[in-house]
Design a protein around this ligand. Structure first.
Ligand SMILES: Nc1ncnc2c1ncn2[C@@H]1O[C@H](COP(=O)(O)OP(=O)(O)OP(=O)(O)O)[C@@H](O)[C@H]1O
Ligand SMILES: CC(=O)N[C@H]1[C@@H]2OC[C@@H](O2)[C@@H](O)[C@@H]1O[C@H](C)C(=O)O
Length: 397
């Protein structure tokens, strides 16, 4: 096959995602099949792998979330170290798909978010917004010999957007239906929802971060159950009871009431938020299980609240498809069903519709990169608040 060239209207691409829960690197090798003019493209998942970060790397990334710890030398080092790890993950998934690097047209790498500040910071007559994703694209391109598109978010911010969420662009391409309004909820570190109105145009799609996904659950588990990083299978929450006092207090968080567009991250729901939770737990003598049950309930409530507050009247839906690691937590899923069933919304998972929850975002970044490499705009201004469509992503050859 010819090197790094589209082959007719079909080509191979690799997507790399390392999300806000810092559990590792998701790598997907896909085939992209262009649609006829005006028709949607198709993607076919050829291989998928998840590689956990080495523990020392994970710890170092967590320390970089604290701006005081994120000195330029540490950020610079981690930027290239992650580039190396991403390149290995890409080569590994390419081999798993029985392909060679020369077959691949492009790699799309999201990188690791270490800071996200989408609100406007005024300076003189300007509004500054910034976001930092590391994992050097030049290293990925050099190690693999494949053009790499990385650092997608700043281009959206440069035209006034939040720089997030970006996956809705690909959800519009891949999931929209003529006769049915669909809700797509992702539960990663942060939760985010996309609304695809029936037969809607790109301008009618909207999306926002609902609040914490697994971030508070993971954060509280790590502190209360040393050695654990998540509430695997919801086993801890299942043994606990929801504490209504704590739940009501957490529901007062301003973020849930902010107007759209909005996005959030570890800057709000990170370690100092967990400190506050644990303090409340100690003062009110909550058991660890009750605390985890309560943040699990809060997470489900924030998703329900997102629907009630911003979506129900504007685009009533009867189906929500849930993806991301949180969809593997049965207690969280039960709470979500309890939120949505009374509102007439059926809750399914990506697996229920024959797809793969883990691979979804990695596939999205492969497709976003394919657009970037060919100079096609790949943001949705209505979703991010950007002033106009633009091409997101920096290309390293
Ligand atoms: N079997 C499981 N039981 C309970 N929780 C799980 C399970 N598997 C994954 N999770 C949760 O999902 C999280 C990882 O989710 P995912 O990989 O979708 O996040 P991410 O891509 O890092 O985040 P984001 O989408 O916010 O960028 C884990 O940290 C954990 O909390
Ligand atoms: C700044 C950042 O990394 N945001 C992530 C995070 O994780 C989920 C949610 O918050 C979403 O806004 C976004 O990621 C996905 C991939 C997106 O841009 O669609």
């Amino acid at each position: 096959m010819s090197a790094n060239k589209p082959i007719n209207n079909r080509r191979y691409a690799v997507g790399l995602m390392s999300g806000t829960s810092v559990d590792g690197i998701d790598a997907a090798a896909i085939e992209i099949i262009d649609g006829a003019a005006g028709e949607r493209p198709e993607t076919r998942l050829l291989a998928f792998e998840n590689k956990s970060y080495p523990e020392a790397v994970r710890e170092e990334i967590f320390s970089l979330f604290d701006p005081k710890m994120a000195t330029v030398d540490r950020v610079g080092r981690m930027n290239v170290l992650l580039g190396e790890l991403y390149a290995k993950a890409a080569l590994s998934v390419i081999a798993k798909a029985d392909l060679v690097p020369e077959d691949i047209a492009v790699i799309g790498s999201h990188g690791q978010t270490i800071y996200h500040s989408p609100e406007a910071h005024p300076w003189e007559d300007l509004d500054l917004r910034y976001t930092v994703q590391i994992g050097e694209g030049s290293v990925i391109a050099a190690r693999t010999g494949i053009p790499c598109v990385s650092d997608f978010r700043p281009a959206d911010m440069a035209v006034g957007g939040q720089g997030a969420p970006l996956v809705p662009f690909t959800e519009y391409l891949l999931y929209r239906e003529r006769d049915r309004t669909l809700l797509l909820q992702n539960i990663g570190g942060i939760g985010n929802i996309t609304v695809l109105p029936a037969n809607g145009s790109p301008d009618e799609v909207y999306a926002f971060d609902t609040g914490p996904g697994n971030m508070l659950i993971d954060g509280a588990v790590a502190r209360l159950y040393p050695g654990r990083t998540m509430d695997s299978g919801g086993e801890i929450a299942r043994e606990g009871n929801v504490h209504s006092g704590l739940l009501e207090r957490l529901q007062q968080e301003e973020y849930y009431k902010l107007p759209l567009p909005k996005s959030t991250g570890r800057e709000l729901f990170g370690s100092s938020y967990v400190d506050g939770l644990l303090r409340y737990g100690q003062e009110h003598r909550l058991s660890s299980n009750d605390l985890i049950a309560t943040v699990t309930k809060l997470t489900a409530w924030s998703i329900g609240e997102g629907y009630r507050r911003y979506i129900r009247d504007r685009s009533p839906a009867d189906t929500m498809i849930v993806g991301g690691g949180g969809s593997y937590n049965p207690v969280l899923m039960t709470y979500i069903v309890q939120e949505f069933e009374p509102m007439g919304v059926k809750v399914l998972t990506q697996e229920d519709v024959g797809l793969n929850s883990d691979a979804k975002e990695a596939i999205a970044f492969a497709l976003l990169a394919d657009y970037a490499l060919t100079g096609r705009p790949n943001n949705l201004p209505n979703v991010t608040g950007a002033r106009r469509p633009t091409v997101l992503g920096k290309i390293s050859y």
